[in-house]
Design a protein around this ligand. Structure first.
Ligand SMILES: C[S@@+](CC[C@H](N)C(=O)[O-])C[C@H]1O[C@@H](n2cnc3c(N)ncnc32)[C@H](O)[C@@H]1O
Length: 266
């Protein structure tokens, strides 16, 4: 019997295809089947050569188009079909990406795999928003947290640890709970004037950045009508964003992405 093929779990970064690793691009160009999530950007999907089988398994909050417990056996089945399987994931597979769950399932079923890191939203989106995660004198550490809870479950975080004025806090999947999160952190002692920002669709032509403070972040996000994906950044480093505002979304539209994966700048 033929051995099953290896499965490649590949992080694609936060949207800008120029942030793909060389390895990710090479695997995309050599795949037989590509399974992808909602967070894999259109610009990255355009790099997939014609003829590759595409399977969408993306999740929309509360509305899983394919549950995780069906994605896992699908990967095994596809690997057994002797084709080269590339599983694309937004950002980094191992940061709130369930890449480890898929890899564990593959391991349990004797399927070999490789994992390709991608630039996670905390790094890519903040950089494109002009916010350094650390800066001498402003932040000595970084903490990333999820603001998402399973239905009807309370969000239980160590609020005292989060309320650290020398730390940068990045909140993933926090749109629904950002008001609660900010209030809890203020009660735990972080100054209500602490600079804060929301970033929607970071690194893409649709990127939006809302500058705020801890006490106003929820209201300002609501007023700006931000839609997922959004990350929140809380900490003194956000005060540098106006001075470091380098990203011009129009620059992306002057780039041309061909289906063969070659990228040209025009
Ligand atoms: C399921 S998590 C996946 C994270 C991904 N594995 C990573 O490393 O970036 C989805 C969350 O990541 C954040 N996110 C991912 N891409 C983003 C983007 N381009 N702009 C803003 N937030 C993003 C949002 O908080 C979103 O709700």
């Amino acid at each position: 019997m033929n051995q099953p093929k290896k499965v490649y779990l590949v992080g694609t970064g936060s949207g800008d295809p120029d942030l793909l690793t060389v390895k990710a691009l090479r695997l995309i160009q050599n795949a037989d089947v590509i399974i992808y999530d909602r967070l894999v950007s259109e610009a990255i999907l355009k790099l997939i050569p014609a003829g590759v089988s595409l399977i969408y398994v993306g999740k929309i909050s509360g509305n899983h188009s394919l549950p995780q417990d069906e994605i896992n056996p699908l990967l095994v089945k596809l690997a057994e079909s002797q084709r080269t399987i590339v599983r694309l994931k937004g950002g980094d597979p191992f940061i709130f990406g369930r890449g480890s769950e898929e890899a564990l399932f593959l391991a349990q079923h004797g399927i070999k795999f490789e994992i390709v890191p991608g630039i996670t939203a905390a790094s890519a989106c903040t950089t494109y928003a002009g916010i350094p995660l650390t800066h001498r004198g402003l932040a000595q550490s970084v903490q990333i947290i999820t603001g998402h809870t399973q239905a009807n479950q309370p969000l239980e975080l160590d609020w005292n640890t989060l309320a650290d004025k020398n730390k940068t806090l990045v909140v993933y999947m926090g749109l629904a709970n950002i008001d609660f999160i900010c209030r809890k952190i203020m009660v735990a002692g972080l100054d209500s004037d602490t600079p804060a920002a929301a970033i929607q669709d970071g690194t893409t032509a649709r990127q939006q950045r809302v500058m705020s403070t801890l006490s106003c972040l929820a209201t300002d996000t609501k007023n700006a009508m931000l839609q997922p994906p959004v990350i929140f950044v809380i900490g003194k480093v956000v005060s540098l964003a106006e001075s470091l505002d380098w990203f011009v979304t129009e620059d992306l539209s002057s780039r041309c992405f061909s289906r063969t994966g070659k990228i040209s700048h025009g």
